[in-house]
Design a protein around this ligand. Sequence first.
Ligand code: WQD
Length: 339
Amino acid sequence: MGPKILVTGGAGFIGSHTVVALAEAGYEPVILDDFSNSESSVLTGLRSILGKDIPCYARDCNDYALLRSIFREHQISGIIHFAAFKAVGESMQEPLAYYRNNLGSLITLMDAMLAEGISNLIFSSSCTVYGNPDQPPVTEETPVKPAASVYGNTKQIGEEIIRDVCAAKPLKAISLRYFNPIGAHPSAEIGELPRGIPNNLVPFITQTAAGLRKSLTIFGNDYPTPDGTCIRDYIHVMDLAEAHVSALRYAMAHADVHLYDTFNLGSGQGNSVLELVQQFEQVSGSPLPYQIGPRREGDVVAVWADVQKSSNLLGWKTRRTLKEALADAWRWQQKLAGS
Ligand code: WQD
């Protein structure tokens, strides 16, 4: 039996793929997810992939007594904390709900960890902390800009809270700054399950290709980029999942009980919206209907990662191509259409 790892939000998009990566690396994941933004069908998909049931608590992680009982019952060695509200637009309408949930849960979690002597924490952060960088690629030393959304601010403040706790208490923590996670497990047993109209580009593309959406609207093609559309660093969700295992291994092996560090998790390359559409059309074999619309408020013009630090210290870098990610996303969408 490998080390037991609690994965909060483990039924979500990145969380469920990380559960697979953990199990395949010899860890024993335990899921805590209130299913407020995930489906119980994910547990079935995980059983299909892993050939076993993953223990799951369908509860709110902002519950100190529950956390301590789970830590004791399972002899938890580390926590990967995904559970958070993450809709950028919604966060501007409901700031108190976002600060209470995202930061309250984090504080409760660390309180319970310290009470039980658990010292390994991996925190789900975001490239949104960089805002609109002056000169991509961004390194972990690139200045953090004032957050463009309440959601982004909860990630920035979350990183600062963890940093301060690690300085004062025996806690080793790593903040992972995700770029743009896309794709799905190649088995098409788990993948992205956006609720309602997708905010993000790739699920909107796959739903359009599946005929669920009439056409894609590209939010602006008059940006100062080569083809006028915004540039992002798209990373296969399984590469992202495997990075969490590398980060956990790094933290658990670290001698200094006051470790705190941040790592960029991206492919290291930038691709424009139009480039994604063109690559997707090669994957699906059909033209994708789209039109150019107005810019989306708050969009960053261009951001992609310098991933040298993750490679040097975590021994991790992406292994899958953009086209593989788009093919896996498309296979997942077709599986959903058939279900
Ligand atoms: C990508 C590009 C859009 C939809 C998201 C999260 C952020 C962070 C990173 C977690 C942009 C364009 C999109 C559409 C479009 N995740 N687009 N038409 O905004 O980079 O950030 O992932 O922390 O919180 O919001 O990703 O996929 O929404 O947009 O033209 O219908 O695609 O303008 O240029 P984004 P996205």
